[in-house]
Ligand binder design. Sequence first.
Ligand SMILES: [Fe+2]
Length: 253
Amino acid sequence: MLSRALCGTGRQLAPALGYLGSRQKHSLPDLPYDYGALEPHINAQIMQLHHSKHHAAYVNNLNDTEEKYKEALAKEMEFHHVGQSGPELLISSDLPTLASQSAGISGDVTAQIALQPALKFNGGGHINHSIFWTNLSPDGGGEPKGELLEAIKRDFGSFDKFKEKLTAASVGVQGSGWGWLGFNKERGHLQIAACPNQDPLQGTTGLIPLLGIDVWEHAYYLQYKNVRPDYLKAIWNVINWENVTERYMACKK
Ligand SMILES: [Fe+2]
């Protein structure tokens, strides 16, 4: 029976959450080059806003979301023993949402579920951009070498065909999102994918991210206006193939 009673003698059913209290907060990673280093292909104003405002916002919002998630996990039901009739569930504002309480399950699962979209969006934004910065380099461009080039030829026919396919997938993203080269570990081959919003590639498709192309307007509008294909033509000049190759070699082991 549910009761609106507050009682200091209640017995808490506590999950072990000590490790959550010591969690490090996420922080904005430094760019491995100056904001103007990718010019003329991506200008300094775009890079500065993209990194210091957009990516920073994902990091801050992810930290806020994880804090709320931690609080939801820590919320516990309290039971007060009322003799032979069994424990009576107590309710207070510090306890889980009513839906979780009435279901008789520990932790505020309702609140955890409600936080999932924010976790996906901001966690995805942090993951995606952290990969993206390292996928770019002022010394980039050209073609990959070695095993990655061989895998691209094997899975797409040629490097040019691969470029065409990833460009087309990225141009075709409706609204905001990302084009990706990923590695399908189960099948052992490379794969192109497009993700909406900030959906993280591995978390939503299972593919391991190797190369991400941000096609949100914040990534190109100040320089290329609404002409996404021009931005996508230019970005190939600053792709850091060494970084993409390192990612490929690490995940195919
Ligand atoms: Fe972005």
